[in-house]
Design a protein around this ligand. Structure first.
Ligand code: UDP
Length: 288
């Protein structure tokens, strides 16, 4: 197994436990440069891209390059080695959706020149490129659309709502709810997501397949849940809503259920508790 990362948003400590395994290698490299991996490649999982709005808003050009040049280089490597190629796409391809819940057949409602366009359009381009390599070059490919995946090892300052609220709750500062908090998301625990991704990779389905948890929750309810689970006295503070922030998001996972026999098993309370445990441990280590 070869892990390619430029650690622009991740950290080597996340994979530290794997590096002692024989057969696991790390190549510090940027996918926007051609990928030079020697030997046979059986399965290529192309997940390289900033995924937090805070990161892709800060680095729009790098995000567009990861989705365009990065996907091109990854597909070229898959073609050279005849590897099965799996693309991590996103619920953001549906933009601010006008159909609910979102099925894979929905084409989405994306602002092509809005602040989120760097990520949304990069992923839509990645999907188009992946489809073209499948139909024109006969490459075996699959596309997974991930919906708000969370869990241990996200950066506390990642900017996404769950690690942000947890960090605020742990440090007893106000939880920053955007707008009136009535917008919804559907959060999927990492272990469930990994099972779904591997089920798709082991199948002959090209997708796209939604992988997410269909339990939908408002952001203000999420804030209360995290306060309760962290036993935090933090108040809630309303902040401005970001431009083009989707109002409602929830996956229709019928395809994953029918094609892959997959569905999530970790409920939000359990996943949040585990993420709080992990973030508390890291927080107390870093403040020693
Ligand atoms: N959000 C919030 N407070 C924060 C960070 C995010 O209320 O400190 C909101 C954000 O406006 C959005 C939702 O939480 O409505 C999910 O945001 P996130 O950045 O986690 O991911 P997104 O689903 O928008 O990509």
């Amino acid at each position: 197994m070869v892990c390619v990362d430029n650690f622009s948003t991740g950290t080597p400590s996340n994979i530290a436990a794997l590096t002692s395994h024989t057969g696991f290698a790390v190549v510090e490299s940027d996918v926007t440069e051609p990928l030079m991996i020697s030997g046979q490649v059986d399965l290529l999982l192309h997940f390289a891209c900033p995924a937090s709005p805070a990161d892709f808003l800060r680095h729009p050009i790098d995000t567009l390059k990861a989705g365009s040049l990065g996907t091109l280089h990854a597909l070229d490597l898959a073609c050279r080695t005849q590897a099965h190629f799996v693309l991590a796409s996103t619920s953001e391809v549906y933009g601010d959706p006008q159909q609910h819940p979102q099925r894979e057949s929905y084409w989405g409602n994306v602002n092509p020149i809005g602040p989120r366009s760097a990520y949304d359009e990069a992923k839509r381009f990645s999907e188009a490129l992946t489809t073209a390599y499948r139909t024109s070059c006969g490459l075996k490919t699959a596309i997974v659309r991930l919906f708000n995946i969370y869990g241990p090892r996200m950066r506390a300052d990642d900017g996404r709502v769950i690690p942000t609220f947890i960090q605020q709750a742990l440090t007893h500062i106000p939880l920053t709810v955007a707008g009136d908090g009535s917008q919804t998301r559907s959060f999927c625990y990492i272990d469930d997501a990994v099972r779904g991704i591997l089920a798709l990779a082991a199948s002959d389905h090209s997708g796209p397949v939604n992988i997410g948890n269909p339990t939908e929750i408002t952001i203000s309810t999420l804030a209360q849940l995290i306060k309760r689970e962290a036993r935090s006295p933090s108040p809630v503070h309303l902040i401005d809503r970001p431009q083009d922030d989707p109002q409602q998001r929830c996956p229709d996972i019928s395809a994953a259920r029918e094609l892959l026999g997959w569905e999530p098993t970790v409920d939000l309370e359990e996943g949040i508790r585990e993420t709080i445990r992990h973030q508390t441990r890291r927080h107390s280590l870093s403040s020693r």
